[in-house]
Design a protein around this ligand. Structure first.
Ligand code: NDP
Length: 446
């Protein structure tokens, strides 16, 4: 018997990209759950090479980024922009600055972004970019030198109606500001070419909070639809960056108690609940390590290394990075009575951990749905830039909440439609894919 179309593509990808493990992990997971959609019309999709076109980016741009350090010495890093799919709107996706960045990671993130952006219901395609530059320990001048040189090349490929990058790990308001300044200087256009901008020059209120808040709006809805109230629940959060900070803030506002957070060196356990003001001062203001937290809260614990998932909690919110929640962590969470995991970071749960959680009936909200609030609010920033208007915090926040509730119901409905009730991983992939598929079919082979 000849191989089915999905298996054929997974096999070809495995051969062609054996050196891109993160990209293979992301594509395999998505393609696997699209089987019921593809099987409905396999011959037509195969004839039009729909899956081959879906897994191959429209273009991949890799470039040299020279920059000057505080001693006047020059350094070179590698810059990336992968424009994956613009079937439903201009390319959109963040820029990651982290030493681990490589083409596999950027492709996995860009691929996931296609479906995430589609799920928001807004007209945005999928892309991702970044560099292996490490912003940690750099002075503002060094960061500026890197960002200006990064944009000196990137500007050729982006634009308000072409491709609109945003922040991600290592790219916050400071970096976006330097990049926007460079773009404006080169292009003479004060346009919505980047999102996550400062409020004084085109940014949107609530964008800073959006990913973390959105994660909690979706988690609250998922729990509610399963007869569970988030108030009074104990929560483990990993990370202490943008997503983690505002996930903690909204979880606390909803009456939950967050007892952990982490950075890449270690983690904090604060049984009385994380002191958010202290965390913001350490991370947002002083850009320090989490070892400082104990000075503010002497009764808390700081541990080197990994460990946030070993604490007894009802809800786990991984908000740091990919593959940070592994099989042994999933086993500990289940053993400790955890009922739900919602992914704030991109692909934070390894494939075997996802399976273990699903096999144990843990409610699992996948990243492309659960953290879509960031890009959704970025798209709202684009709308405000086009209108040349600024919406209030409340307007943006209430739109964000509606979008997250809709995303939950779209993935829930898709899972039910294909007989996979409560499999939100499959539901999110299918709901995100169907819109992109229809747009690709309508636009013909190109
Ligand atoms: P930040 O850079 O603000 O924070 C990242 C946090 O994760 C930091 O606490 C960092 O610790 C930790 N971290 C990063 N890499 C590692 C690692 N390899 N091991 C352990 N800890 C690590 O990034 P964001 O909060 O913006 O992003 C977090 C995740 O959320 C990423 O997966 C990102 O792609 C995703 N995301 C972000 C969105 C946004 O709007 N910002 C939107 C959608 C998804 P340290 O400071 O020590 O490096």
């Amino acid at each position: 018997m000849s191989k089915n179309y999905v298996d054929e593509i997974i096999e070809k990808l495995g051969q062609k990209y054996e050196n891109q493990p993160e990209f293979l992990q992301a594509t395999t997971e998505v393609l696997d759950s699209l089987r019921p959609v593809i099987e409905k019309n396999e011959a037509v999709y195969k004839k039009d090479a729909v899956l081959e076109r879906l897994v191959e980016p429209d273009r991949q741009i890799i470039f040299r980024v020279p920059w000057i350090d505080r001693n006047g010495d020059a350094h070179v890093n590698t810059g990336y922009r992968v424009q994956f799919n613009n079937a439903i709107g201009p390319y959109k996706g963040g820029l990651r600055l982290h030493p681990s960045v490589n083409i596999s990671i950027i492709k996995f993130l860009g691929f996931e972004q296609i479906f995430k952006n589609s799920l928001t219901g807004l007209p945005i395609g999928g892309a991702k970019g970044g560099s292996d530059f490490d912003p940690k320990g750099k002075t503002d001048r060094e960061i500026m030198s890197f960002c200006k040189n990064f944009m000196l090349e990137l500007y050729k490929y982006i634009g308000a109606d072409t491709d609109v990058p945003a922040g991600d790990i290592g790219t916050g308001a400071r970096e976006i500001g330097y990049m926007f300044g460079a773009y404006k200087r080169i292009s003479r256009l004060h346009e919505g070419v980047l999102t996550g901008k400062g409020l004084e020059y085109g940014g949107s209120l609530a964008r800073t909070e959006a990913t973390g808040y959105g994660l909690l709006y979706l988690t609250e809805e998922m729990l509610k639809c399963n007869g569970i109230d988030i108030a009074g629940k104990t929560v483990a959060v990993s990370g202490s960056g943008n997503v983690a900070t505002y996930a903690i803030e909204k979880a606390q506002q909803l009456g939950a108690k967050v007892v952990t957070c982490s950075d890449s060196n270690g983690w904090v356990y604060d049984p009385e609940g994380i002191d958010l003001a202290a965390l913001k001062e350490i991370k947002e203001k002083n850009r320090q390590r989490l070892t400082e937290y104990k000075k503010y809260r002497p009764d808390s614990e700081y541990h080197e290394g990994r460990g946030v998932w070993s604490v007894k909690v009802d809800i786990a919110l991984p908000c740091a990075t990919q593959n940070e929640l592994r099989l042994e962590d999933a086993e500990m969470l289940v053993a400790n009575g955890c009922i739900a995991v919602a992914e704030g970071a991109n692909m934070p749960t390894t494939a075997d951990a996802v399976k273990y959680l699903q096999d144990h009936d843990i409610l699992l909200a996948p990243a492309k749905a659960a953290n879509a609030g960031g890009v959704a609010t970025s798209a709202l920033e684009m709308s405000q830039n086009s209108e040349r208007l600024n919406w209030t915090f409340e307007e943006v926040d209430s739109k964000l909440k509606n979008i997250m509730i809709n995303i939950f119901h779209n993935m829930d409905d898709a899972a039910k439609k294909y007989g996979m009730e409560k499999n939100y991983v499959a539901g999110a992939n299918i709901a995100g894919f169907e819109k992109v598929l229809n747009a690709m079919m309508a636009q013909g082979v190109c």
